[in-house]
Write a protein that binds this ligand. Structure first.
Ligand code: PLP
Length: 365
């Protein structure tokens, strides 16, 4: 903001300097995903990247059918709703009780006119990891038979916690967001494979290789670049460390609170369906919101549902899609960990959560 305040499109020295900052950030983000800098489009966050992928991939494409899942982020589900208004048929695939898609269902749903499949990497509410390798194999087979389907992955929650390697999986479009890796809010990126034709959402001056017009948010993008470099540098061992802390948290709470239930895949490091950083626990008979506010008084900030869904609370569409019982839906609380979470914080969180929940049970039951 202070030193590189030029407009990166300006021809003078200040513009060139700002453009260099953008270039460095682009290289850092691209390197973290093991892709080329020219394949990165900076956006105003994960939501915009997702919308650009889903809507931008449509024009001119023969197919008019999209496949996604019931547990996607609202950015995907609501973009699909809008696509319906453009004559697109949308198939929303169900998941199992852990929040995981059975790849066979995708296989059955693929059609001649399917232009896009959007299946997320890690679910933001329960930490279910979708079977991307199986989906990749299945789509590769479908393409070998002459079909031109594109694959978009919402990797916003996997980014910085699990390896995100779009090229190796044959992913065509992949969305990430800076604030999930301690970067600034309101900045994200879309990876676009070189062969993908993408229509921009915004008409304007043609920035980002014509894919995202508008003067770039240079300070935000610079911050994203730094965050991307930090996660790449510290990647070694991070996943294992967070898993161990999550296990401690989950075991600590479930052991001390009879009746508490972990929603989502079983928390074992050798369970490939379990993400390291999200633990969604239901306290039957309590309201998640009351637990949230009681924990907040102890300096612990948890969520009910998804924070990025705004403040409206209509019950989690993810838990409902997993078939979670009614009495568990209301009492669900989501704990999120990160590479900077410490063991002391986990010990404190277990102790406080158990105390708060026991107190609430004594009060209400
Ligand atoms: N996708 C997932 C899985 C998310 O968890 C989020 C938000 O937290 C988004 C997309 C949206 O990203 P953003 O908040 O950067 O718009």
């Amino acid at each position: 903001m202070e030193d590189y305040y030029g407009n990166p499109s300006s021809l003078h020295k200040k513009g060139v300097e700002a453009d260099r900052v953008l270039g460095q950030a682009r290289e850092a983000v691209a390197a973290g995903l093991n892709v080329g800098p020219g394949e990165i489009v900076f956006t105003g966050g994960g939501t915009e990247a997702i919308n650009l992928a889903l809507k931008g991939a449509l024009p001119g494409r023969r197919g008019r059918h999209v496949i996604t899942t019931t547990v996607e982020h609202p950015a995907v589900l609501n973009a699909c709703e809008q696509l319906k208004g453009r004559g697109v048929e949308v198939t929303v695939l169900p998941v199992d009780g852990q929040g995981v898609l059975e790849p066979g269902r995708l296989s059955e749903a693929l059609r001649e006119d399917t232009y896009l499949v959007s299946v997320m990497y890690v679910n933001n509410e329960v930490g279910a990891v979708q079977p991307l390798e199986e989906i990749a194999a299945l789509l590769a087979d479908f393409r070998r038979r002459g079909h031109k389907v594109l694959w978009h992955v919402d990797a916003v929650q996997a980014y910085g916690k699990l390896p995100v390697r779009p090229r190796e999986l044959g992913v065509d479009l992949l969305s990430v967001s800076a604030h999930k890796v301690h970067g600034p809010k309101g900045v994200g990126a879309l990876y676009v494979a070189p062969h993908v034709q993408l229509e921009p959402l915004l008409a304007g001056g043609g920035q980002e290789h014509g894919r995202r017009s508008g003067t770039e948010n240079v300070p935000g993008i610079a911050g994203f670049g730094v965050a991307a470099s930090v996660i790449a540098r510290d990647a070694q061992g991070v996943t294992g460390k967070i898993y161990a802390l999550k296990k401690k948290l989950v075991d600590g709470i479930l052991t001390a609170v009879p009746g508490a239930v972990l929603n989502g895949p079983e928390c074992r490091q050798d369970n490939p369906r379990c993400a390291p950083q999200i633990a969604n626990i239901s306290f039957p008979g309590l309201r998640g919101e009351i637990v949230l506010h009681s924990l907040e008084e102890q300096g612990i900030y948890v969520s009910t549902g998804a924070a990025c869904g705004g403040r409206k609370n209509t019950g989690s569409h993810v838990l409902k899609a997993m078939g979670v019982a009614e009495e568990l839906l209301e009492g669900a609380v989501r704990f999120s960990l990160s590479p900077v979470t410490t063991e002391e914080e986990i010990d404190y969180t277990v102790e406080q959560t158990v105390a708060v929940v026991q107190e609430l049970y004594a009060l209400y039951n």
